[in-house]
Write a new protein. Structure first.
Length: 270
């Protein structure tokens, strides 16, 4: 996986920690996108849970070529490290004029690790137009713990994103983000290929940390989203600080004293 020139910056990783996703527009070459419909229709063989990436997809296979693309490989290395394990993968198809959408949900929210996360890759081989539906995302929702489809009753949240994108776009998602496949109102089948990655190494400073002290890092981590209430939005800032501490190995990092004040455990010395 050729990653050296394509590692994410600290600002980009902070944006992922705040938003819960990273978008790589049109990074897959046209020739691969042209092959994708046939490949995904035929299906990609399943692999056992926990298979290392290098063993899961044979050299030269479509899935292997996808994850070996330098921008994709570099971003994956930055978030989950070298040779992560494959949790599972799936081809999702939305039929033309199917008349229904997937409820808003999070994947495997029984996973409540505060200091680690899986990454889900979603690849869109076609241009996704508004009429085709696309994937609905709620930015900043990934650290708000719910149980799978508890959010399915909600039809719309302020600030949600209904994905439209050029062909060859890849999304990398924190496993906890609230999302759902929207209804396809076009006359074309819509394809999406998903792979979930489990880290095999500690997720500590795996990216290009040259800009770690850049004030833009803290600015990204302070991002607020329209669906937050003022007070409850503080919980998201708190959770981001905890995750950023884990990712950087810096237990002193804080934003506006949020974590410092609630982890303070003074001890009398006299």
């Amino acid at each position: 996986m050729p990653t050296s020139n394509h590692l994410l910056s600290s600002v980009q990783v902070a944006r992922f920690v705040a938003h819960g996703f990273l978008r790589l527009d049109a990074v897959v070459p046209d020739e691969m996108n042209a092959q994708a419909t046939g490949v995904l229709t035929a299906g990609i063989p399943a692999v056992p849970y926990g298979t290392p990436l290098t063993d899961a997809f044979p050299e030269g296979s479509f899935a292997r070529r996808l994850v070996d693309l330098p921008p994709v490989a570099g971003a994956l290395h930055s978030l989950v490290g070298p040779d992560p394990a494959i949790d599972h993968h799936a081809v999702h198809v939305r039929e033309p004029d199917e008349g229904r959408a997937q409820p808003l949900h999070g994947d495997a929210i029984i996973d409540t690790r505060p200091d680690a996360f899986d990454v889900q890759l979603m690849y869109y081989p076609q241009e996704v137009t508004a009429e085709m539906g696309g994937t609905l995302l709620v930015p900043g929702s990934h650290l708000r713990r719910t149980n799978e489809s508890d959010t399915g009753r909600y039809q719309n949240l302020r600030g949600q994103i209904r994905l439209t994108c050029p062909a060859g776009t890849v999304l990398l998602l924190h496993h906890g983000i609230w999302h759902g496949g929207r209804r396809n109102d076009s006359d074309r089948r819509r394809f999406m290929f998903k792979i979930r990655f489990n880290p095999a190494v500690p997720q500590v400073r795996l990216w290009d940390t040259a800009d770690l002290a850049d004030p833009a890092v803290a600015a990204e981590l302070r991002t607020r989203f329209p669906w937050y209430e003022h007070a409850t939005g503080r919980l998201e800032i708190y959770n981001r600080v905890q995750l950023w501490r884990a990712l950087t190995g810096d237990d002193s990092f804080d934003l506006d004293h949020w974590v410092t004040r609630v982890t303070n455990r003074p001890r009398r010395t006299a």
